[in-house]
Design a protein. Structure first.
Length: 142
């Protein structure tokens, strides 16, 4: 009778261990929804824009954009802008399996927009398109 009891306990422990091991998902295997994944990428891209880190903003762009625009050209184009982004937030996102639209409120400054006015600060809503390729989200610049 004692042996049967030990076998039952061992079987029960094995079942508990098996159930726990199948329920556990390592941190590197966390699956994000499309909205969560694209919003993380959008936020990181927005931070790079605010910091004027043009090399970083280029890394977020789609392979199609990169095939036609070199990093140096992208950096020159971005550095020549008269508008400087100083803040922003994600307002909403709409996604399907391979395309997302992300709406952001951007706070920006324009330097010397008019004579007698050194800078002008305002905000506007911007919609960015993101595409999924090779299981990663990429910004499609306008």
């Amino acid at each position: 009778m004692n042996l049967v009891k030990w076998v039952a306990i061992i079987i029960l422990m094995a079942a508990v261990i098996l159930a726990a091991s199948t329920a556990y998902k390592p941190a590197n295997e966390v699956t994000l929804s499309n909205v969560e994944a694209v919003e993380i990428r959008s936020r990181d891209w927005l931070l790079a824009m605010i910091e004027s880190d043009w090399e970083a903003t280029y890394e977020f762009t789609s392979p199609g954009y990169k095939s036609g625009v070199r990093l140096l050209d992208h950096m020159l184009k971005m550095a020549a802008r008269r508008v400087s982004w100083v803040g922003g937030e994600i307002l909403s996102s709409e996604c399907d399996d391979s395309v997302c639209k992300v709406n952001m409120r951007i706070v920006y400054k324009v330097f010397s927009p008019m004579r007698g006015l050194r800078e002008f600060e305002s905000f506007e809503t911007v919609t960015n398109n993101w595409v999924k390729a090779d299981n990663q989200w990429w910004l499609v610049p306008k």
